[in-house]
Design a protein around this ligand. Structure first.
Ligand SMILES: NC(=O)c1ccc[n+]([C@@H]2O[C@H](COP(=O)([O-])OP(=O)(O)OC[C@H]3O[C@@H](n4cnc5c(N)ncnc54)[C@H](O)[C@@H]3O)[C@@H](O)[C@H]2O)c1
Length: 350
């Protein structure tokens, strides 16, 4: 099920549009009749993710790099909104190669943001990350309370937030950061050293191999289905400036902070479902959904390994700010999201 039309008849740039989240955004925006430009260098993205988009005459692919200002500039011309998804994801990747992650996630981010400002883009919506909460133990996570970063990746995503705020202050471009919490769904890559836990476990169950849980399975995450993320991006782009400011004022007063009405919009929001699921519960739900396609999956044993360095025990978002200011109400909980996701994996990988 797709959301009602909300971004319509606009020209939108999706960076990282060949990736998991970006390609899903591209498809929905095209379905809604928008003109969509995708800037991607296929570092982790795939051409096959753009199969539907390539059939649409309102779609344009610019194969280029966000570290190259000319590419950013060419891509953003005439766009009203930018949905900036391009980055090198994965905490372990950033620990193995902090230099490339920093070049792309900070250097590329600044180039894209500056190109957007130069081109007169109305609002720059970007993928931030729950990793910004770092070692702060409080649950649920609220946007204005963060801890120390635990990885180069987390630092890059937090630095992006600082640049976004600063560019809003000095140049006046509106910026909205969306701190995604463990996103999952169709097209998320199950392969490779840096695969996320849900697609990795799905492909292991499908091959009748034991999924390995890092630790005793008690760690928990606020797993977020892709369509909730698409909804949040659209709301972040189209919420009118005046409404945004008014609601932000009320929200800020509610949490005892002052908000300067004169300032340009520059905010960050948690994007999640707002519930946490342990890894043990996750594998049981996955087993249940996948056994409907292949009953032998019921007999696949779960293995346990050591905890992974840098992993925080628990993650859970407060989605109150996104709800109050953007009107964000996620439709998919973990069960309904996993049902959709496993249907997709079975159809395309089964
Ligand atoms: N998936 C999650 O759970 C999650 C959680 C928090 C934040 N995020 C953020 O969301 C965004 C999208 O993540 P995803 O899961 O879809 O990852 P993904 O790897 O599938 O997509 C990233 C896309 O960016 C492209 N890209 C990378 N470097 C580039 C460069 N130098 N120039 C142009 N394009 C480049 C890749 O080719 C890919 O298509 C990223 O910014 C990521 O950090 C994701």
């Amino acid at each position: 099920m797709r959301e009602a039309k909300i971004i319509e008849n606009k020209k939108v740039l999706v960076t990282g549009g060949a990736g998991f989240i970006g390609s899903n955004l591209v498809d929905v925006l095209l379905e809604q009749g928008n003109e969509v430009v995708c800037l991607d260098n296929f570092a982790t993205g795939k051409r096959e993710n753009l199969q539907i988009a390539f059939q649409n005459e309102k779609f344009k692919l610019i194969e280029g790099d966000i570290r190259n200002f000319e590419d950013c500039n060419a891509a953003v011309q005439g766009c009203e909104y930018v949905l900036h998804q391009a980055a090198l994801g994965s905490v372990p990747r950033s620990i193995a190669d902090p230099m490339t992650t920093t070049d792309v996630n900070i250097g590329g981010f600044v180039k894209m943001l500056f190109a957007a400002k130069e081109a007169g883009v109305k609002r720059f919506v970007y993928a931030a990350s729950s990793s910004t909460y770092g070692d702060h133990a409080a649950l649920p996570k609220v946007e204005h309370i963060i801890g120390n970063a635990l990885s180069p990746y987390a630092i890059t995503k937090y630095v992006d937030e600082l640049f976004a705020k600063n560019f809003s202050d000095i140049y006046g471009i509106e910026t909205v950061g969306l701190r995604y919490f463990n996103v999952f769904g169709r097209r998320q890559d199950p392969n490779g050293a840096y695969a996320a836990v849900i697609p990795k476990f799905v492909s292991e169950f499908m091959a009748h191999n034991s999924p390995i849980i890092n630790g005793d399975g008690s760690y928990s995450r606020d797993f977020t289905y892709i369509d909730n993320v698409i909804l949040a991006n659209q709301l972040a782009a189209i919420t009118p400036t005046a409404d945004f400011k008014e609601r932000l004022k009320n929200y800020s007063e509610g949490i005892g902070k002052t908000y300067n009405h004169e300032s340009t919009i520059s905010e960050v929001f948690n994007v999640a479902f707002g519930e946490r699921t342990t890894l043990k519960e996750l594998v049981e739900i996955l087993k249940g959904t996948l056994s409907k396609f292949d009953p032998e999956i019921n007999d696949v044993k779960i293995s346990y390994g050591p905890n992974r360095g840098g992993d925080i025990p628990h993650s859970l978002a407060s989605i109150e700010k996104a709800n109050k200011i953007l009107g964000y109400q996620p439709k998919y909980d973990i069960e309904s999201g996993l049902t959709e996701a496993t249907n997709w994996y079975w159809k395309y990988l089964g």
